[in-house]
Design a protein. Structure first.
Length: 95
């Protein structure tokens, strides 16, 4: 598939959870945050929490560690050239 076709597919999957495989064999999964003429930007989820707290469910209470505090996942941007994409596919996402 050409880069132009991946651009159209990426645009139609905007804000959805996708998997991407590149020509160098790397695989990434995240939300499509931006698409332009040359790149797709993914928001990659991590296990880091705000204030550097680890993602351990057993540490937190049902409604947060402190009153009014609820740790949230961080997302990091990753720009991938359209010409380097060999596969782009939707993934299931559950809350």
């Amino acid at each position: 598939m050409e880069a132009n076709n991946y651009q159209q597919v990426a645009w139609s999957c905007m804000n959805k959870y996708v998997g991407v495989t590149t020509t160098d064999g790397q695989s990434h999964d995240g939300f499509i945050a931006h698409v332009d003429q040359d790149f797709v930007t993914l928001a990659l989820p991590t296990n880091e929490m705000i204030q550097g707290m680890p993602a351990q469910n057993s540490v937190y209470r049902q409604f947060g560690y402190y009153p009014g505090f609820y740790p949230r996942r961080r997302f990091y941007p990753r720009r991938i050239p359209l010409g380097a994409i060999t596969a782009l596919y939707l993934l299931p996402f559950f809350l």
